[in-house]
Design a protein around this ligand. Structure first.
Ligand SMILES: [Fe+2]
Length: 288
């Protein structure tokens, strides 16, 4: 994990890319991937969005073992022009946005330990690749991710990264989508989590609200527990349209004058799909 973000580590290029060193993974590490893969791929049938499941197939993620980024990038590039590159962990915001803007997804190369199957603080290769990469094979979502990177580069000048990070959080990491059979998962933080892939769809605790760009960018989030609220989009086209075509400069100015919204709040203008009981959050923190 890189903790000093002032300079890339010595084995990295100027844009913080390091070799994945695929040949150095041990059989034990590949086995951890296989265990996680078997568990999540069974769980996600009927839960994950159709483009996510299609992406798993077209990228052949079921082949077994931690994917080789070179091989994965070759297949992905043919579909949408995206690639996957390894980084040492956290990278500076400008580096992250620059990669996205150039259709490169940055992924950690390490994998969690066998005793960490259910919870991990830092994203590992399973979260980054299994969680994020299948949707990069969808042409519209692929364009959304690039648009987000371009928006991030512009946001650096507005000092509005916190608000933009909320958009990433509530879509790329924890988004839900409406499909003909009902709500489905598409956020990487949910689809790569055994517990949250059930909680986000089935549990009565969280709010489920219709996505609204400005509302999302005002909403705080929590990083150490399941979400208290999820935002539902109707399609990736809608998400791309709202993001790529929004003029963020006046939006950032307007947001400066508006108060943040708590993660569990429902406000008058919300279109509520499910009003959550928040029982899960209360059980974790009885003083709430
Ligand atoms: Fe992620």
């Amino acid at each position: 994990m890189a903790t000093d973000l002032s300079l890339p580590p010595t084995d990295a290029t100027a844009d913080w890319v390091i070799p994945q060193n695929w040949a150095s993974y041990s059989p034990r590490e590949h086995h951890v991937w296989d265990q996680l893969y078997a568990r999540q791929s069974a769980m996600l049938k009927g839960r994950a969005s159709a483009p996510f499941l299609k992406g798993m197939d077209s990228l052949r993620l079921s082949r077994g073992g931690i994917p080789d980024f070179e091989d994965l990038s070759e297949r992905l590039h043919k579909l949408t022009g995206w690639q996957v590159v390894a980084v040492p962990g956290l990278v500076p915001d400008a580096v992250f946005f620059e990669h996205l803007a150039n259709r490169r997804f940055v992924a950690g190369r390490f994998i969690r330990k066998p005793e960490q199957l259910d919870y991990l603080e830092e994203p590992d290769v399973f979260h980054d690749v299994f969680g994020h990469v299948p949707l990069l094979s969808d042409p519209v979502f692929a364009d959304y991710m690039q648009a987000y990177g371009l928006g991030g580069l512009r946001a650096l000048n507005f000092h509005s990264l916190e608000k933009l990070a909320r958009l990433y959080w509530y879509t790329v990491e924890f988004g839900l989508i409406r499909e003909s059979g009902g709500l489905r998962l598409y956020g990487a933080g949910i689809v790569s989590s055994f517990g949250e892939s059930v909680f986000a769809l089935d549990d009565p605790s969280p709010n489920r609200l219709q996505f609204d760009l400005e509302r999302v960018m005002r909403t705080r989030y929590q990083i150490d527990d399941y979400q208290q609220g999820y935002f539902v989009i109707d399609s990736f086209e809608e998400l791309l349209h709202q993001t790529a075509e929004a003029d963020f400069a006046p939006l950032y100015c307007r947001l400066e004058d508006l108060p943040d919204i708590a993660p569990d709040a429902i406000i008058d203008t919300d279109r509520v799909i499910n009003r959550g009981t928040q029982a899960h959050a209360r059980s974790r923190n009885p003083s709430c």
